[in-house]
Write a protein that binds this ligand. Structure first.
Ligand SMILES: Nc1ncnc2c1ncn2[C@@H]1O[C@H](COP(=O)(O)OP(=O)(O)O)[C@@H](O)[C@H]1O
Ligand SMILES: [Mg+2]
Length: 401
């Protein structure tokens, strides 16, 4: 039987010896190297390509987080497990986003140590197995469509989930729906999808993320739409960066004809990354002054980012002229045409959200469902227009990174 090859990285010899003692009776595990700091660790790992690295966080010369980052980039088949002291949660957070697969709190028992190593090894083997049997994907031509607004409660999630479902049903193409309202996402609830994994779980495997790994994390809605839910707790949102989002969307694009993104009401770097990568942005507004004011500022930002008018489409939700503002005035203020109108129908929309059945499936006769279907048809039939497409660099422009 092949043994699991392990490298121990810690600046204190005593810790390294303890770990060795804890592993000494485990026949499946073999320690093939030791390092005192991050730099040594990188060297040894590149040379010996172990299955697992046990990595301390605070070390001289180069710390465990920088080393993990380098290792997961250049030797992605090696799983890094962090060894941290209770209370180092901030470091741990960084380590996990650097690509560490798991962590152990010091002091740990022999059982904890062995189980964590076995688990990391099994996950990695499964992943390798998976990629071997993966069928060659046809070359999918993919469109990214983000549903966005600078205002909450305007109907982004309602529109994103119903458009996704209706695209899947009418076009019979593969559709993925990503919940990028990372703090308060409710796509999974709206679609009544049972959540096993969320976008937070993917981050742990971000460096080895490919089409097959991605499949393990998506939830299937009965319409056929594959959903990537938002984190279960708002505080997990901060672990996710724009480069994670980029990688996730790029991976989805390899396998899905449509990637629909639901977003939050701000220009957080994660949302911006998605907007940059979008072929179309459905910018949702309603006809009340506070929303119009916010939407106007949002459109100004998009103009600064040089998003074209082909790319940014105004969707007027709960559309009605009966509250004193005319559609023409709205268009003049925003200097944008309304691209689609969706009527207000609380009975249909709210009942369907509460039951978890999208109204485009269950209430096809309603005007609101027909409006969504109309949007879907336009999206499905649109040719590549001049000027529509991706913008590469807003995150960099705005955040100066
Ligand atoms: N066209 C509509 N008619 C009636 N109610 C709607 C409509 N669109 C959305 N809603 C309701 O408005 C509220 C906010 O919608 P939601 O999709 O969660 O917005 P957001 O994602 O922008 O915060 C929900 O209660 C939803 O059911
Ligand atoms: Mg929402």
């Amino acid at each position: 039987m092949e043994k699991i090859k392990v490298v121990i990285v810690d600046d204190t010899e005593e810790t390294r010896n303890n770990v060795k003692t804890l592993l000494s009776f485990e026949k499946r595990i073999e320690i093939i190297g030791e390092a005192e700091n991050g730099e040594e660790a990188i060297f040894i790992v590149k040379e010996s390509r172990p299955d697992v690295v046990l990595m301390d966080i605070n070390m001289p010369v180069m710390d465990g987080i920088s080393a993990t980052e380098e290792i997961t980039m250049s030797v992605p088949e090696t799983a890094v497990i962090m060894m941290s002291v209770q209370g180092e949660t901030e470091y741990l957070r960084k380590a996990m986003s650097a690509g560490a697969r798991d962590f152990l709190n010091k002091p740990f028992s022999s059982d904890d140590l062995i189980n964590t190593i076995l688990k990391a090894y099994d996950m990695e083997s499964q992943r390798k197995q998976h990629s071997k049997v993966a069928t060659v994907q046809e070359n999918v031509k993919s469109k990214v469509i983000s549903v966005f607004s600078t205002k909450g409660g305007v109907g982004k999630t309602t529109i994103a989930s119903n458009v996704a479902v209706s695209l899947a049903r009418t076009t019979k193409k593969r559709v993925a729906l990503v919940d990028l309202d990372l703090q308060f996402g409710d796509v999974a609830i709206m679609l009544n999808a049972s959540v096993k994994n969320t976008i937070s779980d993917i981050i742990k495997e971000i460096n080895v993320l490919d089409v097959d790994v991605m499949e393990d994390y998506l939830v299937t809605h009965f319409s056929g739409v594959r959903v990537l839910p938002a984190p279960v707790k708002p505080e997990y949102a901060e672990y996710i960066t724009s480069s994670h989002v980029e990688r996730i969307i790029n991976t989805l694009k390899e396998n899905y004809h449509y990637v629909i993104v639901d977003s939050s009401a701000n220009f957080h770097e994660t949302v911006l990354a998605a907007l940059d990568m979008s072929d179309k942005i459905l910018f949702v507004s309603t006809l009340d002054l506070p929303t119009i004011k916010n939407v106007k500022s949002g459109l100004d930002v998009m103009e600064t980012l040089r998003y074209s008018k082909e790319k940014v489409r105004i969707v007027l939700n709960k559309a009605s002229e009966q509250f004193g503002i005319k559609y023409k005035d709205f268009e003049n203020t925003l200097k944008h045409k309304i691209w689609a109108y969706i009527p207000e129908d609380s009975q249909t929309v709210i009942t369907s959200a509460n039951k978890g059945f999208p109204f485009v499936m269950t209430r096809t006769e309603t005007k609101v469902a027909k409006a969504i279907l109309n949007i879907t048809n336009q999206l499905a039939n649109e040719k590549e227009e001049e000027g529509a497409g991706k913008d590469k660099s807003s995150v960099k422009k705005i955040f100066g990174i």
